[in-house]
Design a protein around this ligand. Structure first.
Ligand code: TRP
Length: 457
């Protein structure tokens, strides 16, 4: 007797280009963790914490990862696995034509995020190469300024996009799973080691208190809450259908709840540890003023500073760090391009190669703007953060109110504790999450207007 799932997969493959499936369960988790863990943890998290006032942001971020991140990831998983389609088709099939707009928004968001994500990844590559050739610069703040101006950032952006496009053209299993397997643990090990080292630095106390000691008044700020929500969506790759798309390659045996919790925990672990490196180092090396001027550069100013300080060994650690971070960025970029590519494959029935290359080239061209201009980069980052919040609302309302029997999909493959909490999670998705996300959308929108004013005013 063939397994009913196999039959379903076969049927699907007959009427369209064959749909790939994950090689193994571990492969799926690694790819999802690979998507989540990237520049969002190492670059964006410290950057947003510096801007958002420190510890209060961190506390709200932790709370939101738990109470919104995990349910939202479960929601995306269940839509993806139910429909076995990429976002546009998934919302259309399960909800009717109008809902496909949530999918379209997701594809657009992925497209825009990748355009500047690749620019930052290009900086990472350049730091790594410079580490090898000439060592890390003694004046990290001035060096960050040099790295981000001129034509060179475009070249590195092109190189990074070329790698991403190649992996996505090769396909889900062969391309993505293998790359994540070794280098994610390496990245985490290096960051953990750096955090321990940072702890031994004299003068790091101010960094820890900025990062870890919140004041009550800041905790009550809705602006901080919205920014923390935006960071949670970004870091967990939520709100644009990336997790949805990954789950569309998944079988019915997977315990979606447990996977969501595992992925969120890993993602949080890396981001939090990155903060335990960046802030003590900034304080101990007297870089506070430099970072204050360019919060976007917090990571890129703090870490090379640390590597120089560590002497010869710092150079080796630094090279390894930037190499591993490049891989982390690649696995995330792959998931962004995968959403756009999978949508093109599903919607236009074109081949993976043409879809990946076509979409990749357009994204590369759009990325020239943020490569040339840091303000543009910051602005696109804010705009997409707002889109992610809109997308998150779309997914929440869809799963809560439109999808047929979402509970059944969430329970398939779940057992024990993870099965028992599903009704509560669903209640939360229906009634509570919209009440949090709607104000977040309003506040993020207001922040965006302020940002527009500072850039153009
Ligand atoms: N989460 C990734 C990071 O932290 C970036 C990313 C990949 C992403 N795919 C996404 C962000 C989808 C939002 C949506 O680096």
């Amino acid at each position: 007797m063939p397994d009913p799932i196999d039959v379903e997969v076969k049927k699907h493959s007959e009427d369209s280009i064959q749909r790939e499936l994950w090689g193994t369960r571990v492969g799926f988790i690694l790819a999802a963790v690979g998507s989540a863990v990237g520049l969002g943890n190492m670059w964006r998290f410290p950057y947003r914490v510096s801007e958002g006032g420190g510890a209060a942001f961190v506390v709200l971020y932790i709370a939101l990862t738990l109470i919104m991140g995990i349910p939202l990831m479960l929601a995306e998983f269940s839509v993806g696995r139910r429909t076995r389609l990429s976002p546009i088709g998934a919302f259309k099939k399960e909800g009717g034509g109008g809902w496909s707009i949530v999918g379209f928004l997701g594809v657009l968001t992925g497209f825009l995020i990748l355009s500047y994500y690749s620019v930052i990844a290009g900086w990472v590559i350049r730091y790594g190469i410079e580490g090898i050739i000439s060592g890390f610069a003694a004046d990290p703040a001035a060096h960050f300024g040099e790295i981000t101006t001129g034509i060179a950032p475009i070249i590195y952006h092109l190189a990074f996009m070329a790698v991403t496009i190649t992996i996505v053209s090769v396909g889900v299993e062969k391309g993505i799973e293998k790359a994540s397997l070794i280098l994610m643990p390496v990245l985490f090990a290096i960051v953990l080691g750096l955090a321990v080292w940072a702890f031994t630095l004299p003068g790091s106390d101010a960094g820890y208190s900025f990062y870890l000691a919140p004041s009550l008044s800041e905790l009550m700020s809705f602006t901080t809450l919205s920014e923390a929500a935006g960071q949670a969506f970004f870091s967990l790759s939520l709100g644009m259908g990336a997790m949805l798309t990954f789950a569309s390659y998944l079988s019915k045996h997977e315990n979606l709840n447990r996977e969501a919790a595992t992925i969120a925990a890993s993602d949080f672990g890396v981001a939090f540890t990155a903060g335990l490196v960046v802030f003590p180092v900034i304080a101990a090396l007297g870089l506070t003023a430099d970072v204050g001027e360019s919060t976007v550069g917090a990571l890129f100013i703090a870490l090379p500073g640390a590597f120089v300080e560590m002497g010869a060994i710092g150079r080796v650690v630094g090279i390894a760090f930037f190499f591993a971070l490049t891989v982390g960025a690649v696995t995330s970029a792959v998931s962004l391009l995968e959403v756009v590519t999978a949508s093109a494959i599903d919607e236009f029935k074109i081949h993976r190669k043409s879809a990946a290359i076509g979409a990749g080239i357009i994204i590369t061209l759009v990325g020239v703007l943020p490569a040339l201009n840091l303000n543009a980069l910051g602005l696109i980052d804010r705009i997409t953060e707002w889109f992610l919040a809109l997308g998150a609302l779309g997914v929440t309302l869809f799963v809560g109110w439109r999808m047929r029997n979402p509970q059944e999909e969430m329970l398939d493959g779940a057992s024990g504790f993870f099965a028992s909490i599903v009704p509560a999670v669903l209640f939360f998705i229906r009634f509570i999450m919209p009440l949090i996300i709607i104000p977040v959308i309003i506040y993020t929108g207001l922040n965006l207007v302020t940002e527009f004013r500072t850039v153009f005013g």
